[in-house]
Design a protein around this ligand. Structure first.
Ligand code: XMP
Length: 317
């Protein structure tokens, strides 16, 4: 029978054997998968592991600082890289979702490669790939039918010539969380909703600018904090907000406004392959909608997404 303790012991032993005295580099995302994978590798080989956490300018509000802090507390050897501007420059003028994903993926690899080259004699690339990522990238992404390219799967540029180590690639999300808890990783990381690698870059429909990121971060923060304050966060598999590329007419005092529309989305799922929209209480939605419109400049309308996957997907892009 599968237990997290047996898995941890076996995996740590296996990693020790496999990696020996080599060095490993690994990108962290702030998510549960990469955090658990890094902790396992760290347990096996200690500071032979160097982690890189990139601020792509598409993270949630305050996320980079908060998560970097948690990593340091966990004893991980982690380098934080502020590359916001590099990502915004690469995204400039791009509107197609796949073009945006490719640009974000490309810059991530460039930044990551720059950092990896600073580590002398690194041989391995650690990845937080979990089982559903493996399946989805095989089944969804035939050469003729690329639905969405998940850049965190197999995202290894040839020129890096590193061998990949993926300690979680047989596990489902709930098992990863169990392992993370057994490793005593803080609950703010373990219980964290999944978040796409391209981050807010694919939740800002159309072209991405620093200003739009700022607006969406504020909206997203009110929604997510609201879910936490109302005890709803843990009942939701994933939640977030989309900044729509349209404006709508509103009224503020006796002024007519013509401003942005945001969509809120909260879904229940097991592995992200199918998902149902969550019936959040009307009271809660009303309160959050008011708070967003009153507090976030440039937004005058909030809608709630009631589509399930399939046929919709979780993300809008
Ligand atoms: P979809 O939108 O395909 O999302 O229903 C399923 C899950 O995957 C996440 N997602 C991504 N994750 N890179 C990622 O790392 C991506 O390009 C990407 N697109 C979607 C999404 O947030 C959900 O958890």
């Amino acid at each position: 029978d599968w237990t997290s303790d047996v898995f941890i012991d076996a995996t740590v032993a296996e990693l020790k054997e496999k990696i020996g005295s080599d060095k490993v580099v690994m990108g962290l995302s702030g998510g549960v998968d990469s955090s658990v994978a890094a902790t396992l590798i760290h347990r096996a080989i200690g500071d032979q592991l160097t982690c890189v956490f990139v601020d792509n300018g598409l993270l949630r509000k305050n996320e980079f600082e908060e998560v970097l802090d948690s990593y340091k507390h966990m004893g991980l050897n982690v380098i934080g890289v502020d590359s916001k501007q590099r990502f915004y420059d690469a995204l400039k003028g791009l509107t197609d979702p796949e073009d945006k994903r490719k640009a974000i993926g490309r810059v991530f690899i460039e930044v990551f490669d720059d950092e990896a080259h600073k580590i002398e004699g690194v041989k391995w690339l650690g990845q937080g790939t979990i089982y559903p990522d493996v399946i989805e990238s095989v089944s969804v992404k035939g050469p003729s039918a690329t639905i969405k390219s998940h850049h965190n799967v197999g995202g290894l540029p040839d020129f890096m010539k590193l061998s990949v180590v993926e300690p979680l690639n047989t596990l489902f999300k709930d098992e990863v969380r169990e392992v993370g808890r057994a490793l005593e990783i803080v609950e703010t990381i373990i219980g964290r909703h999944p978040f796409p690698g391209p981050g807010l870059g694919i939740r800002i429909l159309g072209d991405v600018t620093a200003e739009k990121v700022k607006t969406l971060q504020e909206v997203d923060h009110i929604f997510i904090q609201g879910l936490k304050d109302h005890g709803l966060y843990d009942q939701v598999w994933q939640a977030g907000a989309m900044l729509l590329p349209i404006q709508s007419v509103g009224v503020m005092g006796d002024e007519r406004t013509y401003e942005k529309v945001v969509a809120l989305r909260a879904v229940g799922s097991v592995d992200g392959m199918t998902a149902d929209w969550i019936h959040l209480p009307y009271e809660f939605l009303g309160k959050i909608s008011n708070e967003i419109i009153n507090r976030v400049k440039g937004v005058n309308r909030v809608v709630y997404d009631i589509s399930s996957k399939p046929p919709a997907t979780i993300e809008w892009e």
